[in-house]
Design a protein around this ligand. Structure first.
Ligand SMILES: N[C@H](CCC[C@H](N)C(=O)O)C(=O)O
Length: 264
């Protein structure tokens, strides 16, 4: 079985066509194929169904086997062989109806706007000004003087496991560097470590920056150095419309996992 590998701004994923496997044990596949050391060193795994008549269907698991919505991996899927053609593609990704597009900046995704999505007030005490949002998964954003100076492995875990958010949260630190640009670093739930870019983290960071600093377009510079641009219409109540995140995608290649990883 072929494992396609692709990167979205440094967030790296493996992809399997679901009909290539008789057992849809996505969680088990993710746990065996993803981790660095015992697997391919991937942030997450996608199972994809062949494009049919309705929206294209994708499912994502983090490297620890937990199921979650993932924006970067969804937009990178559009670069894979076998993906639907066209500039604009309807997708149901981990149950969330979203749109993907091929555009000048690379590949983009329009984020979920359904029930519960948007900025929310959550009683989290942090040493820094903070915001929280839900975009198919939970994202905490802290504004810091310098993202480079933050000791993320010390700062993030207590917030990641904070009881104020059931199931905990992803943690992002941001540092505005211009009127519509900021640096960002992300600590991801389910990877339990820093990733080089978290798309949903960038989306919530941009929404929170739009609320606190103004503007409707923010370019975020993640740890990978491969920037993403977020455009949105933010409403007074913290919900958004047409929140698009775009950035580069790279196809890395194809791996052939040892059969013991697929069928232990
Ligand atoms: N990296 C992903 C998000 C994974 C979210 C996962 N870590 C969770 O907590 O559900 C993205 O680009 O949207």
């Amino acid at each position: 079985m072929e494992l396609q590998i692709a990167s979205a701004s440094g967030n790296v994923f493996g992809y399997l066509w679901a009909d290539a496997s008789s057992i849809l044990d996505g969680s088990g596949y993710a746990k065996r194929l993803c981790p660095r050391g015992s697997g391919f060193g991937l942030d997450g795994l996608f199972l994809m169904q062949r494009p049919g008549k309705g929206p294209w269907v994708l499912e994502h698991w983090d490297s620890d086997g937990s199921k979650s919505f993932c924006s970067n991996g969804s937009r990178a899927a559009l670069a894979l062989p076998g993906a639907p053609e066209g500039d604009l593609v309807e997708v149901v990704s981990s149950g969330e109806p979203v749109r993907l597009r091929r555009d000048g900046a690379g590949f983009g995704i329009r984020m979920p706007e359904g029930e519960g999505c948007g900025l929310r007030a959550v009683p989290l005490e942090t040493p820094f000004p903070s915001g929280f949002g839900w975009v198919g998964n939970p994202q905490l954003v802290l504004r810091v003087p310098s993202v480079a100076a933050v000791d993320l492995p010390a700062l993030a875990p207590p917030l990641r496991w904070h009881g104020a958010v059931p199931g905990g949260t992803n943690v992002n630190v941001v540092e505005p560097i211009a009127s519509s640009e900021a640096r960002i670093r992300s600590w991801e739930r389910g990877v339990e470590g820093e990733t080089l870019c978290c798309g949903t983290g960038c989306a919530v960071a941009a929404a929170w920056l739009a609320r606190t600093e103004g503007g409707s377009s923010w370019t975020l510079h993640p740890a990978s150095g491969e920037p993403v641009t977020v455009t949105l219409h933010l409403e007074e109540d913290g919900t958004w419309r047409d929140l698009w995140l775009s950035g580069p995608v790279r196809r890395i290649g194809v791996a052939r996992p040892d059969p013991s990883l697929l069928d232990p």
